[in-house]
Design a protein. Structure first.
Length: 573
């Protein structure tokens, strides 16, 4: 599980900040900024901007920077919240660092009169003189740019943190020194990032600042620095910082364990467990507790391995039984191996109907006649696990036991029966075809996947009817079966799906249409049996779903049809 992202309170930027942001933004971004000011919740806008920029980059990153430009002139509380949100997203922060250094602050020689880019230019100008204290380097109240509020107090914490991404190493060093002097926990991820700086002086200053914060305020500093430290762990110059965090946690382990384990952030939990493991702080009961209740799978697996190993050494079968009943399959598997080592083969064989395929396979290795047990279970008390086991070890004649289950009331049992019949290569086509309109989405999915090898035995008109069904799961099942019948039919089905009212299906259809339209000319989409007439009409219906790619797709497909027809063959239109 990941830690919930903190919200970023947004505020309406002053008019001059908006003009500063627009100096670096395209008209589309200016329109976005205008709509942002009209939005009722700027906190939602800021959080959405962070998530969108992390996923997309490009224009989304431009919009994020424009938003930060406004926040950099706002009150310190809003800047602190923005810093916390950025620090919890190390991947985004690294991309933002690269963007500011490469694209943003130096895009315009004249720049803007206000905003973080002006702070950066002032920093460079004063750093070149090399005189005065850190405050005199353009980072203190002497900076008189921006609004009256900003001029009175100088650049806020967000502007200083952004200055640490400047392309000039002297400015980055000045920003690092100011952050070290201020000692703000929210700026710590920016300092951690500068610990990997390619300029030695910047790197040394950042490492000294991070070390001081970690040792003086470990309960606050370690959780704040950990996401960025973990993200940079594979880099060439990150080893020193990783060792420093480990040393601080081990030095203050009794204070740090409650702090690190109080969060759902897997990085914090793994750090706490690893430190306790190195210092042999975990008792036998601690390890069992981690194995049974720990939310992070890495910690849980390590604890389960240690607990099961200790249980085998002590001959503690009762603890192994409790672990074998855990809700986590990896823990159950380790416990069953321990029970087998202690000679409790019968108890291991009782796991033949476990939901996990791995555990069922291990249980079969300790059972005398697993196939007979599966057949008896399916015949007398059918359940999805027994059905799955029979599909794993049964034979073709076991289809007689499985086929009647396709009409059972439980949808999990019907889906398991379809999977088992596929595993036995004994799919009854007529019975499984009737499940293509099943009310349960899981059953429709299994039925459509099971019938793909037999697609030529299904009437095309049935599949097109499925694609027009009211149930989205049925429409998706119909598309799966049409998509394997050939490129031209796949294109037609994808066009229909692009116009679907379900956003997920429409996005899937659009992606397939774009892929097919980009095929090389020699991979022309030939007419095929079952292809409906009127592909031009389908393309027109998909216009809205294709958006700004409609004309490009239309021209590509028409050009391919002409090339195909020029060779004396029928095109696809």
């Amino acid at each position: 599980m990941t830690r919930p992202e903190p919200a970023v309170p947004g505020h309406a930027a002053p008019a001059d900040a908006a003009r500063a942001a627009s100096a670096h933004a395209a008209p589309s971004r200016a329109a976005h900024a205008a709509s942002a000011h009209a939005a009722p919740s700027h906190a939602v806008l800021a959080q959405a901007a962070l998530a969108h920029a992390e996923q997309r980059g490009g224009e989304a990153m431009n919009r994020l920077v424009a938003h930060l430009a406004g926040l950099a002139l706002d009150d310190p509380a809003a800047q602190t919240a923005a810093l916390s949100a950025l620090g919890s997203r190390p991947r985004l922060l690294v991309r933002l660092d690269e963007y500011i250094r490469r694209d943003w602050a130096w895009r315009s020689a004249g720049g803007a009169a206000n905003g973080p880019d002006e702070f950066l230019r002032r920093l460079l100008q004063t750093a070149e003189h090399g005189q005065g204290s850190v405050v005199d380097r353009g980072l203190g109240p002497a900076v008189e740019c921006g609004s009256g509020r900003a001029a009175e107090r100088g650049p806020g914490p967000l502007a200083v943190a952004l200055a640490a991404a400047h392309r000039d190493g002297r400015v980055r060093e000045a920003a690092v020194l100011v952050m070290a002097e201020q000692g703000r926990i929210e700026q710590l991820p920016f300092l951690v990032l500068r610990c990997d700086d390619w300029v030695v002086r910047v790197r040394r200053a950042a490492r000294a600042a991070v070390a001081a914060l970690l040792r003086e305020r470990p309960e606050e500093a370690v959780p704040a620095a950990l996401p960025m430290v973990t993200y940079l762990a594979g880099r060439q110059r990150s080893g020193t910082l990783v060792r420093l965090v480990d040393e601080v946690v081990e030095e203050h382990l009794d204070r740090m364990i409650p702090v690190l384990l109080a969060t759902h952030d897997p990085r914090s939990r793994r750090l706490a467990f690893a430190a306790g493991e190195r210092l042999a702080r975990w008792t036998y009961s601690d390890l069992v507790g981690f194995a049974l209740r720990e939310p992070d799978p890495v910690v849980r697996l390590k604890a389960a391995e240690a607990a099961c190993r200790a249980a085998v050494e002590q001959g503690d079968a009762d603890t192994l039984r409790s672990l074998a009943a855990a809700r986590f399959s990896a823990v159950r598997a380790l416990a069953l191996v321990g029970l087998a080592q202690l000679g409790y083969d019968a108890e291991v064989a009782a796991a033949l109907e476990d939901p996990s395929p791995l555990i069922r396979a291990y249980a079969r290795s300790r059972a005398t006649d697993a196939l007979a047990l599966y057949r008896a279970a399916v015949a007398t008390r059918p359940n999805p696990e027994a059905v799955a086991g029979l599909g794993e070890v049964g034979g073709y004649r076991d289809a007689e036991l499985l086929t009647p289950l396709l009409g059972q009331a439980g949808h999990r049992l019907r889906a398991a029966a379809v999977r088992a019949l596929v595993a036995l290569d004994a799919v009854p086509i007529e019975e499984v075809t009737s499940l293509l309109t099943d009310p349960a989405a899981a059953v429709v999915r299994e039925a459509s996947l099971a019938l793909r090898p037999y697609r030529r035995r299904l009437p095309p008109e049935l599949l097109w009817r499925l694609l027009a069904d009211a149930n989205p799961a049925v429409r998706l099942g119909g598309y799966r079966l049409l998509a394997v019948r050939g490129p031209a039919i796949r294109l037609a089905a994808a066009l229909v799906l692009t116009a679907d009212g379900e956003p997920t299906l429409a996005a899937r259809g659009r992606a397939e249409v774009l892929r097919l339209s980009a095929l090389r000319p020699e991979e022309s989409l030939r007419p095929e049996e079952g292809l409906p007439a009127g592909l031009e009409e389908l393309l027109e219906r998909a216009r809205q779903g294709l958006g700004d790619r409609y004309e490009d797709v239309r021209d590509r497909l028409r050009d391919r049809a002409k090339r195909f027809a020029a060779g004396g063959r029928d095109g696809m239109f």
